[in-house]
Structure formats: structure tokens, C-alpha cells
Design a protein around this ligand. Structure first.
Ligand code: ADP
Ligand code: MG
Length: 711
């Protein structure tokens, strides 16, 4: 199944003309009073069927079940009042406006309209009873409501109250709340008559004690007056959880289907030729860790299958993902294929190129570096060698996607720090491989560890391996947080560390508006530190330097010719200098946990005890304080990401480009995380036993909206 669209017109098993069809597929125009204009506005909100209206869920509720005596109102109240019109007149106070005064015996109130029709005015004759709702404000002549929602009530009628809480729908351009309430009321009635399909198997519903869908929808659209408003506001009412479950299930299913689709694509089955990997491992001064070996076994198995691999390797900073990537690359080369290694930044691409070159040269393999910044001649040569198949391993930035980059036989794509890339970019590279007739295998590496259930939800289209062990001999980094006014002490620490032949980083604050200012700030810091630490060799890298300049500085730092490296956050990902044992981060209070953890991961790569100093400016916000204390408390990337998730939510953590998860209507990944294991289980069950129900379920929750992944 490529997209739900082909199935959207008619759920399986329905074979009836549209007019008599289920509201699931009947257009909104079938509702009374919905013409083309309104339908057009609704379509912009993704609402085309009656069912879509039902799945436009309220954001919050207001209690309008009680009519409040006018005399007891005060400024700021949102209230329902009822009173008799005493006076209605058109006035010109700067602007033409309709003023209507109502009273109920306990007091009086002005209703003020700037937009109104003559008939509105005419209907407000003296003595007419009006029921109004709105926000009460202090006006020029007492309390008033501007543009209240109102209706006339018969003067002799017993005051009938709203018997349900009033739903407030998401803001929808050009469609008023009142109209939306009418529309959803009609949609609810349609479903009451025909009943809305529960695509979740009844056995599952019974087992989880989930209420029927229809009941849940009725409840969330029109909660009874005694409903627990607080629970509803938190999104934790059982009726909301019922819907959240179904929504999470739909998302899970869509990713699973995507994955199945990819697995059905033709891929390359790598057969081992010349045993390069053994030769490679024998040249290394260390042995792979158990966790590295386990990840490699997963990969090795995938590569020997004829369906394309799609595997994510998660592992904390410094766990040695690059080694595993190199082994995978060698397997591809052994089998006669080319490999593309893609990194998110020039610096990182260059570092990978250096690593791979060191590792592969003894095996007579010479990787090519493809970045935007290389000279035309060097680039042309690399491109020609790639196209001819002479070069087996290409390492680069997103420059690898460019059209002129051609491979002779691309068999494996390795993507480092994938959260920096959108799914789309990844897929582009996949398409490049297709030039040779089949899809390349994909290996994705990330140091942004995310909790398991979340990973299984966000990456349900991927297989996941986790490297949960650091190479031996590492000592955990000690982390301290110091206020800015203790900078001098920090400078002394640098002197101490460098006396012991260790090296240090000093990270300058990120200046988002301008990398010019950021570079300037870094230059000022270098000057000040060089002044204070005259016996040390101080270097500088920042984002405005050419890659050649950066490269030269990094190389000198790596060989020990620079003691203290002042840097902007360009060094955030991946940079590897094991002798560096001190990391100072300025303005740490402005950085997120993931970034701090990445930066800190630059030290603690050798056997010596390393320290990370977080310099902060006061006053600290609550969140900043919390972040610094998390950093002090733990070095564990998984724990940090769990806390990060709590502090920021999944959107930031995963990157919004990453998933369609952010567009969920009721579910929230963090809040509803406890549902996820069950969601996965039910998804598997449905894929096995209820496949026909999946398409209508996706249509319901995900609709025709853009699906991420292979489109
Ligand atoms: P990351 O997972 O953060 O990308 P790297 O691949 O950069 O980590 O590896 C970090 C450092 O650990 C590198 O210097 C690398 O050579 C070294 N390393 C990797 N695997 C091992 C191992 N099994 N034993 C010792 N050192 C290792
Ligand atoms: Mg890395």
C-alpha cells in the first residue's frame, strides 16, 4: 500500500453508492447548510468528509451550563448571562457600533458590536430576552461584553441551561466556533444513526476495557456537566485516552507499512568476497567492544539479505559508532559495491574522511571527500573516480546528493547523526543508489539516544541496534557548574591541565542571529585567554573559517601543537581528540541538554579523568537550573535524553522534520507513553489478522496529509 488515498473513497467491504454511504466517506456537503464556500474553508483544514469533522477535536472546554446573575460578574469572567433588552441603539463613538443594554434584576450589562446587521439591531427590541456568552470587560460605562455569542430566548420560556460543556475547537480560519459546534453536532447525529466503525478489533477493545469509539467521540465533543474538566484539560480522561490509543495505533501502522514496503523493494545481497574486515580489525590497536560486535552482527545479517537494510544504530557519544560504520563499509566493498558516508557538517565529514583514510589506506582503499568547499579540480577528480567505480568510499556532507555526484554501483549509504537530516534527504540518497537497479542498504547512526518506547514509535520504519557500552578504560567525566564570576578559577584549571600535558576546549556561546558576531566573540575570548595564559598555545575554530583553515587547526590540536582550543559550537558533534581532558562551556545556561551532552562528549575519550565546567550567568531560569543539575548528576546519554524529553517534549528531541508525530490530534507521545507497548502489540496483531481494517483507520487519523518516508 503506497498511500491511504487509493483506499480512501471506500473502505473495504462497503459497496454502496456515495449518497447512502457511511458518514466515514460522505462529503461534508451532504450536511444541511454546507455549501461549496464552507466546504472550501473546511477542506483547507483537511476536513472533507463527515468523519473528518468528528476527528476535529476540541482544544478545551468551557462550562456554560450555569447562568450567572449579572450583578455578580466581574472583569475577566467568561460567563453565560441572560437578561432582557432595555435599550439597543447605534452609536458613533469613533466607530459605528451597536450598543445593547440587558438587565436581569441583579444588574445590567452592555453588549457592544462593531460588526452587525440591521436585522440584528431590529431583533433587539425592548423586552427581548437574550442569552449571551463572552468575556466580561470593564467598559466606558460599566461592565460589557464585546461581540458576545448570543441567541434570543422566548420570554416566557423556562430558562433551559446548556446541558453539556461547551467545546472550543482549534482556530479555523473563517469558520466560527458556533458554526463548528453546529457542524460537529450534525456529524455526531449522523454517526448516532449509522454508528461509527470501530476498526480496532473488538477483542482488543474488550481486553483493554476501551469504550466504543462512538461513545468516546460523543463524550469529547459534548462532555456532560459533571465531567472532570481538569482531567480533560490534561488530556487524560479515559475517553481521550481511548482516542489517543487509536491515533497512536494509526501512526504506528503507517510506519510499519512503510517499512514493509521498503523491505519489499529489491536490494543487494552482499556476498563476502575478499575478507577485508578481518584484515582491518587486525590493524587496530584495540578490539571491538561487545556492544559494537552485537551491532555489527545485526548489520551483517541485514546485509546478507536481498531486501534493503534500514537500520538505526543508537549509541551515546564516544561509544565507537564509526568503527561499526567502517566494518559495514568494508563489507560493501568486499562484495564489490560503493559506499556513501554522509555527515551533517563539513568538520565532521572531514574528520570521518581522516579516520576512514587512516583505517583504509593499509587495505589499499582511498576514500574521496565530497563537500561544497573543495576546489573545482579536486572535486572533478573525485567525481570522475566515483562514477568510474575507481573510488569505493565517498565521504561528504549533503553535497553528496547533488545531481553531478554519480556512483557506479552504490550499495550502502551510511548517515551519521541523522537527526540533522530530514527523512527526505536520506531518501534522495537512496534513490541515487537505484540508478544501478536496486536500492542500497542504509545504516543510520545517531548519538541522540531516545527512550526505547519512543524510538520504537518514532522510528517504527527502522530496525534499531543499540551500542550500550563504552570502550574500556574511559573514566566518567566530572561535571561542575560555576557562575560566570568564577571565571578566573577556571582559567587556573586550564593552566593545571595543560601543565600535565593535557589539552582543553573552551566553547564560546552560540549567537544565533549572526555567525559574524559569534566569530567575533570567539576571537575576543582567544585574545583574553592568550593574555591570561601566556605560556600556552591557544587555537581557534569557528564557523566562518574555511574548511581548510579549520582542518589545519584541528590537525594541530590533535597532534598536540595546540594546548587550548577555543571554539564555537561547530565542534559539537563527533570531534575526537582523546588527549583533551578539560571542557569549558560558556553560557551553558543557554544550551539544551542534548547539545551540552554532545559538547561534553568531546572529553573523557582517553584514560585520564576529565572535567567539564559549565559556566553560567545568573539569574538562572527554572529550566536552566534543572538542566545544569541533570548534567552534574549523570553522564548517561539515555538518562539525559529521558530528562530532555520531559523538559522539552519530543518535537525538539526528534527534530520536527523527522516525523509526522507532531501533528497528532489527541495523543502526546510523552504523556501517553504508557500506551505505546500496547499500541505496538496491537499494530502487530492487526498487520497479521485485520489487514483490511488498516486502510480506513489510517484514512481516519492520518488522512491525505503528507506522509513521511517514501512518497
Ligand atoms: P561516536 O560513537 O561518538 O561516533 P567514535 O566512533 O568517534 O564515537 O569513537 C570514539 C573513540 O573511541 C575513537 O577515538 C575511536 O577510535 C575509539 N574507539 C572506538 N571503538 C573502540 C574500542 N572498541 N576500543 C577502544 N577505542 C575505541
Ligand atoms: Mg560519531
Amino acid at each position: 500500500m503506497t498511500s491511504s488515498s487509493s483506499n480512501s473513497k471506500r473502505p473495504p467491504g462497503t459497496d454502496v453508492p456515495a449518497a447512502a454511504a457511511s458518514p466515514e466517506i460522505r462529503p461534508v456537503t451532504a450536511l444541511r447548510g454546507v455549501g461549496d464556500a464552507l466546504a472550501g474553508k473546511l477542506a483547507k483544514l483537511g476536513i472533507t468528509t463527515i468523519q473528518d469533522l468528528l476527528f476535529l477535536l476540541p482544544l478545551r472546554y468551557e462550562d456554560r451550563t450555569q447562568v450567572i446573575p449579572i450583578g455578580s460578574l466581574s472583569h475577566g469572567d467568561r460567563a453565560v448571562v441572560e437578561g432582557e433588552v432595555q435599550l439597543a441603539e447605534i452609536a458613533f463613538r469613533g466607530r459605528r457600533q451597536l450598543l445593547c443594554r440587558i438587565g436581569d434584576g441583579s444588574g445590567w450589562l452592555t453588549l457592544r458590536f462593531f460588526h452587525f446587521s440591521n436585522s440584528q439591531h431590529e431583533q433587539m427590541s425592548r423586552g427581548t430576552r437574550l442569552r449571551c456568552f463572552g468575556e466580561v470587560k470593564r467598559g466606558p460605562s460599566g461592565l460589557e461584553i464585546i461581540h458576545p455569542e448570543y441567541r434570543r430566548v422566548a420570554s416566557d420560556a423556562v430558562a433551559t441551561n446548556e446541558d453539556v460543556l461547551t467545546p472550543i475547537y482549534p482556530l479555523t480560519e473563517g469558520v466560527q466556533q458556533g458554526r463548528l459546534r453546529q457542524l460537529t453536532a450534525m456529524a455526531l447525529r449522523e454517526f448516532a444513526n449509522r454508528s461509527v466503525q470501530d476498526w480496532v478489533p473488538p477483542a482488543v477493545l474488550a481486553q483493554l476495557e476501551l469504550p466504543p469509539l462512538r461513545e468516546a467521540l460523543q463524550y469529547v465533543h459534548r462532555p456532560p456537566p459533571d465531567a472532570d474538566l481538569e482531567l480533560l484539560a490534561l488530556g487524560q480522561h479515559p475517553m481521550q485516552r481511548r482516542l489517543a490509543f487509536e491515533e497512536l495505533l494509526a501512526h504506528q501502522l503507517s510506519l510499519r507499512l512503510l517499512r514493509r514496503e521498503i523491505q519489499r523493494d529489491p536490494g543487494w545481497q552482499f556476498t563476502v568476497g575478499e575478507p577485508l574486515i578481518d584484515r582491518f580489525l587486525s590493524t587496530l590497536p584495540f578490539k571491538p567492544t561487545g556492544a559494537q560486535t552485537r551491532a555489527w552482527r545485526d548489520i551483517e545479517r541485514d546485509l546478507s539479505q536481498s531486501s534493503p537494510m534500514l537500520r538505526l544504530v543508537q549509541g551515546d557519544v564516544g561509544c565507537g559508532k564509526t568503527l561499526v560504520a567502517a566494518m559495514a563499509a568494508l563489507r560493501a566493498v568486499e562484495a564489490g559495491f560503493q559506499v556513501a558516508v554522509m555527515a551533517p557538517t563539513e568538520l565532521l565529514a572531514e574528520q570521518h574522511a581522516r579516520n576512514f583514510t587512516n583505517w583504509l589506506e593499509p587495505l589499499d582503499l582511498y576514500p574521496a571527500l565530497i563537500t561544497g568547499k573543495r576546489t573545482a579540480a579536486a572535486r572533478a577528480k573525485s567525481l570522475a573516480d566515483l562514477a568510474s567505480g575507481e573510488v569505493k568510499v565517498a565521504i561528504g556532507t549533503h553535497a553528496l546528493f547533488q545531481q553531478e555526484v554519480e556512483f557506479r554501483r552504490l550499495g550502502l549509504v551510511i548517515v551519521d547523526e541523522q537527526h540533522r537530516f530530514g527523512v527526505h534527504q536520506r531518501l534522495l540518497l537512496r534513490e541515487k543508489g537505484l540508478a544501478s537497479g536496486r536500492y542500497p542498504h542504509q545504516l543510520i547512526m545517531t548519538a541522540t539516544p531516545i527512550p526505547r518506547t519512543l524510538a520504537m514509535t518514532a522510528y517504527a520504519d527502522l530496525d534499531v541496534s543499540v551500542i550500550d557500552e563504552l570502550p574500556p578504560g574511559r573514566t566518567p567525566v566530572k561535571t561542575v557548574a560555576l557562575p560566570e564570576n568564577r571565571r578566573d578559577e577556571v582559567v587556573l584549571r586550564i593552566r593545571d591541565a595543560c601543565r600535565q600535558k593535557r589539552q582543553a576546549y573552551w566553547v564560546c556561546p552560540l549567537i544565533e542571529e549572526s555567525d559574524q558576531l559569534e566569530a567575533q566573540a570567539a576571537e575576543d575570548t582567544v585574545t583574553a585567554l592568550a593574555e591570561a595564559l601566556q605560556e600556552l598555545k591557544v587555537g581557534l575554530v569557528h564557523g566562518r573559517m574555511s574548511s581548510k583553515e579549520k582542518d589545519a587547526v584541528m590537525a594541530r590540536f590533535k597532534e598536540g601543537a595546540i594546548d587550548l582550543l577555543v571554539a564555537t559550537t561547530v565542534i559539537e558533534v563527533g570531534v575526537d581528540v582523546p588527549n583533551a581532558s578539560l571542557m569549558v562551556i560558556e553560557n551553558a545556561e543557554r544550551m539544551g541538554l542534548a547539545q551540552l551532552h554532545q559538547l561534553r562528549g568531546r572529553v573523557g575519550r582517553g584514560a585520564a579523568e576529565s572535567t567539564c565546567v559549565l559556566l553560567y550567568r545568573t539569574p538562572l531560569s527554572e529550566v536552566a537550573r534543572e538542566r545544569l543539575s541533570v548534567m552534574r548528576a549523570t553522564n548517561d546519554g539515555f538518562e539525559i535524553s529521558r530528562r530532555d524529553l520531559e523538559l522539552r517534549g519530543p518535537g525538539e528531541l526528534l527534530g520536527t522534520k523527522q516525523t509526522g508525530l507532531m501533528q497528532m490530534r489527541v495523543a502526546e507521545l510523552v504523556r501517553d507513553a504508557d500506551l505505546l507497548p500496547k499500541v505496538q502489540e496491537v499494530a502487530e496483531l492487526m498487520l497479521r489478522e485485520n489487514e483490511a481494517n488498516i486502510a480506513p483507520l489510517l484514512r481516519r487519523w492520518i488522512g491525505q496529509g503528507e506522509r513521511f518516508g517514501k512518497v
